[in-house]
Design a binder for this molecule. Structure first.
Ligand SMILES: O=C(CO)COP(=O)(O)O
Length: 259
């Protein structure tokens, strides 16, 4: 079983829709220049809601090989939820991936495993792929409880999903202490948890499901450390924050196999 690497850029709350055009075009031309082979890796752009339409138009118009992703979604279908965006709205725009449960959503907006599980179910029901984020904070890591803590999040966020659904989704392991800090987990640290996540999926479901689910590492991924991280057996991609805003950097990350 070979899992196709998936490199996702999480722009977070950066880049307006005008700036998005320039960023996507620069990224595209850099990748063309460097002879990126889209068969070798998936590149996904998880952009702010207000950029989705613009980026989709660029992807369709210029036949760019980028997947389109959102960074959050409501767990409700429609109705009186002021300020929220539904899965139906996203799928109608051609969105393929939705990040759910990013640690920033957990920390600043009170998202629990139950809420994230509900969001993941809605994303799947709408025919899109959730990128489910898990990962421990520094205190948990220092206490040596990072594996069990993260697996608990995996169990909570995957609750009631079928083997078939889990086989097709993406789990992103993002240790909170490595996000935006420049402090990247060592390849061995990242592998320890990503390997444990895959074994947990095998225990909850079966071996084929565990072999199929794609597991990303996220946290200060750059062109200079991506190759080492990707050399680990259970790491199938990266969820990239800061470096995804720099076309040269993100292009290099997408082409990690040539570095
Ligand atoms: O949170 C992240 C991606 O979702 C990681 O962010 P950085 O790559 O900026 O550390």
């Amino acid at each position: 079983m070979t899992r196709k690497p998936i490199m996702a850029g999480n722009w977070k709350m950066n880049v307006d829709h005008i700036e998005a055009t320039g960023l996507v075009e620069k990224l595209h031309y850099t990748l063309v220049d460097k002879e990126w082979d889209p068969k070798k890796s998936d590149a996904v752009l998880c952009v702010p809601f207000t950029d989705l339409r613009t980026v989709k138009t660029l992807i369709d118009g210029d036949r760019l090989h980028f997947g389109l992703g959102a960074q959050n979604v409501s767990q409700h279908d429609n109705g009186a939820y002021t300020g929220e965006i539904s899965t139906a709205m996203l799928s109608k725009l051609g969105v393929q991936y939705v990040i759910v449960g990013h640690s920033e959503r957990r920390e600043y907006y009170g998202e629990t495993d139950e809420i994230i599980n509900a969001k993941a179910k809605k994303v799947l029901a709408a025919g899109m792929t959730p990128i489910i984020c898990v990962g421990e904070g520094l205190d948990i890591r220092k206490a040596g409880e990072h594996v069990e803590y993260t697996l608990n999040q995996v169990r909570g966020t995957l609750a009631d999903l079928s083997a078939e659904q889990v086989a097709g989704l993406v789990i992103a392991y993002e240790p909170v202490w490595a996000i935006g800090t420049g402090e990247v987990a060592t390849p061995d640290d990242a592998q320890e948890v990503c390997g444990a996540i895959r074994r947990e999926v095998a225990a909850l479901y079966d071996e084929p499901t565990a072999e199929s689910v794609r597991i990303q590492y996220g946290g200060s991924v750059k062109s200079g450390n991506v190759a080492q991280i990707m050399s680990q057996p259970d790491i199938d991609g990266a969820l990239v924050g800061g470096a995804s805003l720099q076309p040269d950097e993100f292009a290099a990350i997408v082409r990690f196999y040539q570095l």
